[in-house]
Design a protein around this ligand. Structure first.
Ligand SMILES: C[S@@+](CC[C@H](N)C(=O)[O-])C[C@H]1O[C@@H](n2cnc3c(N)ncnc32)[C@H](O)[C@@H]1O
Length: 285
């Protein structure tokens, strides 16, 4: 999929190792780029032929339209032609498209051109050096990525056409709701919850839009504390985490990861489960 602020690319296998076997349905209420779903093979036909239903939800309409577009195989055809002259790290293009996206009025019907501009801009924002508040975009991955690498190159397109990914896309229902409305509307074996982290109040390309502040974190905790199904919640540590998710009620797991493009920056990822994970992983109960 695509580089995304807060995306769980590196943590996906660790997280999906906590999935119970024989899941028949799965949902992500803060979908983003939905890395855990794409990377796990636990839901593949080969391992789990009974898996039949997945739900993606994100309040951001551009994320929603991106996933709706990806479900349509003709979108890939269109993208190949439309983006043939696009190269990564073209900062003039990044800034132009980003400003165009900011100008667009929120709606749920972005067209394929707009979705592709979003897909182009988003990975460039996945950068520790980026100062989103001042709207300043810098080159990403300059040490490792050749400047003339094509956006949506044949490798990316091949991955998106891969039968396992197409199956996952076919099983996926896509939603554009606030998280509570979404969770209330589904009934699944497992819910993966990956909210914007505490202390990261702004979204990444529209400056200040879509704020997720302390009261939203409290609202989420309140809701999950009464949730009847199984869930896995991702966070970094913050000062009141154990007050709102008591350690005698939930299982806590932890793992250290390097973040962003600078491998030296390490963060400890926390998973909170309301069901028993495999014994070796348990940290607190
Ligand atoms: C940390 S990101 C999820 C990353 C995702 N797990 C991945 O691997 O790419 C959080 C997402 O929550 C979405 N979001 C923020 N507030 C929301 C809300 N109230 N309801 C639903 N989604 C929301 C944001 O648009 C963002 O895409």
């Amino acid at each position: 999929m695509f580089g995304y602020v807060g995306g769980k690319n590196k943590q996906a296998n660790w997280i999906s190792n906590q999935f119970q076997s024989n899941l028949t349905s799965y949902a992500e209420c803060f979908g983003g780029a939905m890395w855990v779903y794409w990377k796990t093979n636990i839901l593949d036909q080969k391992y789990n032929p009974n898996f039949k239903e997945a739900h993606y939800n994100d309040i951001d309409p551009l994320n929603y339209c991106t996933f709706k577009s990806l479900k349509d195989i003709e979108f890939l055809q269109f993208a190949t032609e439309y983006c043939k002259d696009w190269f990564i790290n073209d900062i003039e293009r990044v800034n132009r498209y980003r400003l165009e996206l900011i100008e667009l009025k929120d709606n749920s019907e972005y067209n394929w051109e707009e979705v592709l501009k979003f897909l182009y801009v988003i990975p460039h924002l996945y950068n520790n050096d980026l100062n989103v508040i001042n709207c300043e975009i810098k080159v990403y991955g300059s040490d490792t990525n050749p400047v003339n690498k094509r956006f949506l190159n044949s490798k990316t397109l091949r991955q998106l056409s891969n039968p396992s990914i197409r199956r996952k896309l076919n099983l996926l229902k896509v939603h554009n709701k606030d998280f509570i409305d979404f969770i209330d509307s589904i009934d699944v074996d497992l819910l993966y919850v990956d909210p914007p982290y505490e202390g990261t109040p702004i979204d990444h390309y529209r400056l200040g839009h879509n704020i997720f502040q302390k009261e939203e974190h409290l609202k989420l905790a309140d809701y999950l504390n009464n949730y009847k199904g199984r869930f896995i919640l991702s966070y970094y540590h913050f000062d009141y985490i154990e007050d709102i998710y008591p350690t005698d009620k939930y299982y806590y797991l932890e793992k250290e990861y390097s973040v962003g493009t600078r491998k030296a920056v390490k963060k400890t990822e926390v998973l909170i489960l309301n069901y028993k994970p495999s014994d070796s992983d348990i940290l607190k109960f």
